[in-house]
Design a protein around this ligand. Structure first.
Ligand code: HEC
Length: 370
């Protein structure tokens, strides 16, 4: 009698034997043939594993279904490249998903991935290849399924009243194909107010809609609106924050994202501002447990600059060097660190520190994939 382990080792050996002879014989074998020879035994000949097939029951786990458009669209091709080349275990998936690095060339792996990406048909979901690193300030254009805990502290040596620690919990959930709802809950401890006692001071619901996507040019654009509802008694006015977010891949390893947004206090628009921000990230490694450094520039234009000695500059500029650090093997738990340095109007603060903990919950639970 076979144990399960032996069973899938056997399937794999058979695949290995036939694949070796076929794949190595012809580097230019078609993507469909690569798939049928190497993958179909487990993933099904049309990309959909059949739960009634006794073989899948032996595997004890249903292999990924490539005909599911939501699943297929949201996974970046480079993530799949790593799974196919290095095997499921390398990315915190099941080791039943074999490594193909000895069997297929990088080019063949890329071909077969392009092929399995077609198995979900024409679906209208945005491509996961447009899902870039979460910036510190710039808004993301891609609609996410994500929970982010954001910590920000602001330090001002000359004016302790401006020191602040802010904690924000953000939940983002995709609905339909191209829309995302979000909700932020904020808690602040201001040294200048309430003697440093903390307050839950803001609830911020939001909606975002992808308006344009061009996969061949690697470009995506979205519009969105946030509503910042102040929940404290001494609170300032509620604010409405409309924005446009764009993202473009520049090269294999460099991406650029930008946002134009306006923060408008509902009782006095003139106290609001218009903010432009842009960030470039460098992702040198395919491995999830790696650093993705970036540099972000923020320019905030006050609508009313005020008068006298406290008159604000035309544009308040700041720079945010930052990095993302992938924490687990699967890459869906990440830590972003950043520091914001004001370039002018420096009495605002000396620096701000940021730490974001991100959980991309579409890719698994908090404890999966370590
Ligand atoms: C021996 C069976 C087997 C073979 C052969 C196999 N796979 Fe898999 N594959 C699996 C299983 C099982 C999973 C699910 C792993 C999990 O969810 O932990 C999987 C998962 C995947 C994933 C999904 C990773 C994700 O993001 O969820 C991709 C992509 C994939 N396989 C591609 C391929 C390709 C391409 C081939 C052929 C070159 C192939 N597989 C051959 C069993 C197999």
């Amino acid at each position: 009698m076979f144990k399960k382990n032996n069973f899938y080792n056997l399937i794999f050996l058979v695949i290995l034997a036939s694949a070796f002879s076929l794949a190595h014989a012809a580097e230019n074998i078609s993507a469909k043939e690569i798939y049928q020879n190497n993958c179909a035994a487990c993933h099904g000949s049309i990309g959909k594993p059949d739960p009634d097939n006794p073989m899948f029951n032996e595997l004890g786990l249903l292999p990924a279904n490539f005909t599911d458009p939501l699943f297929s669209s949201r996974e970046p091709s480079k993530d799949w490249f790593l799974v196919v080349k290095e095997g499921g275990a390398a990315k915190g998936f099941s080791k039943i998903m074999p490594a193909f690095k000895e069997i297929l060339s990088d080019l063949q792996i890329k071909k077969v991935i392009s092929y399995i990406k077609t198995l979900a048909g024409d679906h209208g979901y945005p491509s996961g290849d447009m899902n870039f690193v979460l910036p510190i300030r710039t808004k993301k254009a891609f609609p996410e399924d994500e929970v982010v805990w954001k910590l920000r502290f602001q330090d001002n040596i000359n004016n302790k009243n401006r020191n602040q620690v802010r904690n924000v919990l953000e939940i983002e959930k995709r609905i339909f194909k191209n829309t995302q709802l979000s909700l932020e809950l904020s808690h602040s401890i201001d040294d200048g107010i309430d003697n440093g006692h903390g307050n839950f001071d803001q609830i911020e619901p939001g909606i975002k809609q992808v308006i344009y996507e061009n996969v061949s040019q690697q470009f995506i654009a979205s519009v969105g609106t946030l509503l910042a509802i102040k929940t404290e008694e001494r609170a300032a006015s509620d604010e409405v924050i409309p924005y446009i977010a764009v993202a473009k891949r520049l090269t294999k390893t460099l991406t650029m994202q930008g946002t134009a947004r306006s923060t408008l206090p509902l009782d006095k628009f003139s106290e609001g501002n218009v903010e432009l921000s842009s960030v470039v990230h460098w992702s040198p490694s395919l491995w999830p447990r790696s650093f993705k450094p970036g540099l972000e520039l923020v320019a905030s234009f006050p609508i009313d600059r005020g008068a006298g000695s406290s008159r604000k500059s035309f544009a308040q500029l700041s720079l945010i060097p930052q990095t993302q650090i992938g924490l687990n093997k699967r890459g869906h738990i990440m830590l972003n660190l950043g520091a914001e340095i004001p370039l002018n109007d420096t009495e605002r603060y000396d620096y701000r520190g940021y730490a974001y903990l991100i959980w991309d919950f579409a890719d698994g639970g908090l404890f999966d994939g370590w």
